[in-house]
Write a protein that binds this ligand. Structure first.
Ligand code: ADP
Length: 424
């Protein structure tokens, strides 16, 4: 297999977002959880997104993990590697964007790397090197109060210069709007001045295509899903990728179906209420979950009794008042962790009972379930709702399996039925 595009994402949800974006552009895409083992069998794909949790760890560790991922991707023929970062450039002066970029650039022998977190469609724009989040510069946006990496400077040339050993230059909008050749010339000029990276402006969606076309000629780029979109379009346009028609096809998955909800978001509460009309729903007792593993066992037994007649839903979800009351009784972290682990126990019990189509509501809940089921990766399929695709497990110990992993507020009011309708 020769990958047209390799990606290294510095967090899981960003990786899913990128994998979904690439799929929508016609690239057959697998998202892996961590650096895959060498014996992972992949279907024929155009792109692999390796998901790391390297955004907020120590820089040296982030560099080591990213280099492992790069080695794996290059080993599968990836000529271009996109280091996927957050579209709000989440980082500190200690890293990790600069140190990872420096290391990957040294590894692939690239002179200069294009860098942009811009994604105009989601209101992330870059002008004269300054990142805007909606109407305001980054340092006036809610990111100024981020608990891990407060962003106090909107000028990305300065931000990246503080993190990187490379000199950082700017390719501004005036140059970009003159086209790909003007960008190439400017990059050569900056490289000639000894610069190793260039922040590139992007304000309108078509800007991403110009950037993607130039970036694809290099070995490495750094950006968010917007740059992924630009690269994907460039790969399709140049004929390096033949766009897959629709979602990745695959063998039908016949097994039993179940839904789990650990999200307490408004949208999820409404989706659970609507599901009550079409399937049996079990509401877990959160106090009993915190007390021990009996409640999870009870839930699996409840499901096993009903599941041969059709899908079931098991939910821990509760109203904000109930959540606050539980947290005050047990502590926020302890309550959250206990419920996530119970959901993972239930998911394991359900797959042991033959469930092969599993829908999970809740970001952290999904993470706990995927870790427990030891699923190494997913082939991204059809979209159930914006940002929520059907996922086909790749290399899972339980064989063929379809999943839908939804974070809090995603999906329409009938999400659970919508998902089941597409998962077969
Ligand atoms: P979302 O995507 O909506 O943020 P998550 O799964 O990421 O959902 O987060 C929900 C958190 O709330 C998890 O840690 C989960 O274990 C916890 N949780 C679930 N049900 C309850 C409940 N009844 N009371 C308190 N916390 C809960």
């Amino acid at each position: 297999m020769t990958l047209a595009l390799g990606c290294i994402a510095d967090d899981y949800t960003g990786a899913s977002d990128l994998a979904n974006t690439l799929t929508r552009q016609g690239l057959r895409t697998v998202q892996t959880i961590g650096v895959p083992s060498d014996d992972l069998k992949l279907p024929e794909v155009d792109a692999v997104v390796v998901s790391l949790k390297s955004r907020s760890i120590e820089a040296g560790e982030a560099v080591a993990k990213s280099r492992d991922a790069e080695k794996w991707l290059r080993g599968r023929g990836a000529r271009h590697v996109l280091f996927k970062i957050c579209s709000t450039f989440d980082s500190t002066d200690a890293g990790n964007i600069g140190p990872v970029m420096d290391a990957l650039r040294a590894d692939c022998g690239e002179k200069i790397v294009l860098v942009t977190p811009a994604f105009p469609e989601t209101a992330r724009t870059v002008y004269q090197g300054n990142l805007f989040v909606g109407l305001v510069p980054l340092n006036e946006s809610p990111l100024k109060d981020h608990p891990l990496n407060p962003m106090h400077d909107s000028n990305l040339v300065r931000v990246l210069s503080r993190q990187s050993k490379a000199g950082v230059g700017l390719v501004n909008l005036a140059t970009l709007t003159r086209g790909a050749d003007a960008v190439r010339t400017r990059l050569a000029e900056l490289a000639g001045q000894g610069m190793g990276a260039a922040i590139i402006d992007a304000v309108f969606d078509p800007d991403l295509e110009t950037i993607g076309a130039v970036a694809a000629e290099h070995r490495l780029s750094v950006g968010a899903s917007g740059l992924g979109l630009g690269l994907a379009r460039a790969l399709v346009k140049s004929g390096k990728v033949k766009p897959a028609s629709g979602a990745a096809a695959g063998r039908a998955v016949e097994g039993l179906a179940a839904c789990l909800a650990g999200s307490c978001s408004q949208a999820t509460l409404q989706q659970i209420a609507n599901a009550e009309a079409v399937m049996p729903v079990l509401h877990l007792d959160p106090d009993r979950i915190v007390a021990g593993t009996e409640e999870a066992r009870r839930a699996v037994a409840w499901a096993v009794e009903r599941i041969r007649s059709g899908p079931v839903l098991i939910a821990s979800s509760a109203t904000p008042e109930e959540v606050a009351a539980l947290q005050s009784r047990h502590g926020r972290a302890k309550a959250g962790h206990a419920i996530e682990q119970a959901m993972a126990d239930i998911a394991e019990g359900l797959t042991n009972a033959g469930v092969r189509r599993l829908i999970v509501a809740g970001g952290e809940t999904s993470g706990a379930v995927v870790d427990r089921l030891r699923i190494p990766g997913f082939l991204v399929g059809e979209e159930i709702a914006a940002g929520v695709p059907v996922l086909r497990a790749v290399g899972a110990k339980d064989g063929e399996m379809l999943l839908a992993l939804k974070s809090g507020n995603f999906g329409g009011p009938q999400f659970f039925s919508d998902a089941l309708g597409l998962m077969h």
